[in-house]
Design a protein around this ligand. Structure first.
Ligand SMILES: Nc1ncnc2c1ncn2[C@@H]1O[C@H](COP(=O)(O)OP(=O)(O)O)[C@@H](O)[C@H]1O
Ligand SMILES: [Mg+2]
Length: 302
């Protein structure tokens, strides 16, 4: 790796917590003008890494959110009907979409959640990866200027159309698997996201969130986003109630409020998300008799 690329990785480390090896591999793929697919569960820093790269690199970036509405016309570009009516299908009538924009400006095209985009749009991307160009009828060819690269991200456990990605795309990209961070790194990420040095019980919050990912009754757990929300809730509840963010009622409400919508209960499990979270809260925030009395009284149940 050249010293330029090494110093780029060093600068990225100022923005991205951990992920040294992943950053090196991302920079290597782009330096080598390879296409790249980042594959990992939500909240593992895929967007953070790419956005940081966009900010550090002296190279244009085009971001596209992948979803079912990303039609080929939205990706490639389309004709403005008003101009077409007046002047016909002229070059001026064509409004380039993110793909043509990225090709002609030698930008990096970053497509998030690529597994959610319609098949015909995927086929357009496969064509571009093979040909480094696209032909738009009545306008002409958009060829990749130097610097053009394609990076995509996806959650491999996303139920929406993941199987379709196989084959043609995988054959044209380098693939980087992004797993969950370790506990220490996740704690650093939550602390950094809080911005201020409050006294939210970040380590316990992170440990609780991590347990949602391996709980036998849960199909999917919470990402680090849930841990960040829970820490913020603890702090804000503490302020509103005039208690510490570690107050049992604050941590208990924060657990439910931040996580109950995020975890998915396994089919056939006999307990609700709220009940499972209650178990995890008791595990991580301890139950002394004193705490038990305190939380039992207001609602009359645990
Ligand atoms: N390595 C990291 N360094 C700093 N912040 C991170 C890191 N990983 C995740 N985050 C934070 O966690 C949240 C989710 O990260 P994001 O990059 O959007 O995940 P993904 O794109 O994989 O779903 C963001 O608020 C981000 O700031
Ligand atoms: Mg993302």
């Amino acid at each position: 790796m050249t010293s330029n690329a090494t110093s780029l990785v060093d600068r990225l480390q100022g923005r991205v917590i951990g992920r040294r090896s992943e950053l090196e591999q991302t920079v290597a793929a782009l330096a080598g003008r390879r296409h790249l697919l980042l594959e990992g569960p939500p909240g593992t820093g895929k967007s953070t890494m790419l956005r940081s790269l966009a900010e550090e690199l002296d190279r244009p970036f085009v971001f596209v959110e992948g979803n079912a509405e990303l039609t080929p016309a939205r990706l490639i570009g389309s004709f403005d009907p008003a101009i077409v009516l007046q002047a016909g299908y002229t070059e001026e009538a064509f409004q380039p979409g993110p793909l043509c924009e990225a090709l002609s400006s030698g930008a990096m095209l970053y497509v998030e959640e690529i597994n959610r985009i319609p098949e015909e749009t995927l086929n357009v991307l496969i064509g571009v990866m093979s040909e480094a160009a696209i032909t738009v009828p009545r306008v002409g060819q958009f060829s990749a200027e130097p610097g053009f690269a394609f990076v995509a991200a996806m959650n491999p456990f996303d139920a929406v159309g993941t199987a379709r990605i196989a084959g043609a795309i995988y054959d044209r990209v380098c693939r980087l698997e992004i797993g969950y961070q370790d506990k220490t790194t996740e704690t650093q990420i939550v602390t950094a996201a809080l911005g201020s040095v409050g006294d939210a019980p970040v380590e316990q919050i992170v440990a609780l969130c991590r347990d949602t990912r391996s709980h036998p009754d849960l199909r999917s757990g919470s990402s680090v986003r849930g841990a960040i929300d829970m820490a913020v809730m603890c702090q804000e509840l503490g302020l509103i109630r005039g208690v510490a963010p570690t107050d049992p009622l604050a941590t208990r409400d924060a657990t439910q409020c931040a996580l109950s919508g995020r975890v998915r209960v396994r089919d056939g499990a006999s307990r609700s998300a709220g009940e499972i979270l209650e178990e995890l809260w008791l595990r991580h925030f301890g139950v002394t008799d004193e705490v038990n009395d305190q939380v039992e009284e207001p609602s009359g149940k645990v």
